[in-house]
Design a binder for this molecule. Sequence first.
Ligand SMILES: [Zn+2]
Length: 94
Amino acid sequence: MPIHEYAPLEGPGCALCCYGFERMQSLHEPALTACPACGGALRRVIGAPAVIDGQAHVLRESHVAKHGFSQYRRVEKGRYEKITGDGPDAIGGS
Ligand SMILES: [Zn+2]
């Protein structure tokens, strides 16, 4: 079954959809248009989860920082590098 990824169309979203979420759906199931938790409008994120289009990525980063969280990306096994936020610049590594 294909996994579809969704993100809020506009607005901050709720705990479920604010950073996007994945949902396994059959080919016959229509794409979600609203968040099942908050009812907010959703857009489908096309492509592999690792590939985020430039603008969406920026929006996501500013959203994360605004709420006082830090966001990290995995650079290698067990090592994470900070993308945004007030946390340490990197986590893990030797
Ligand atoms: Zn929601």
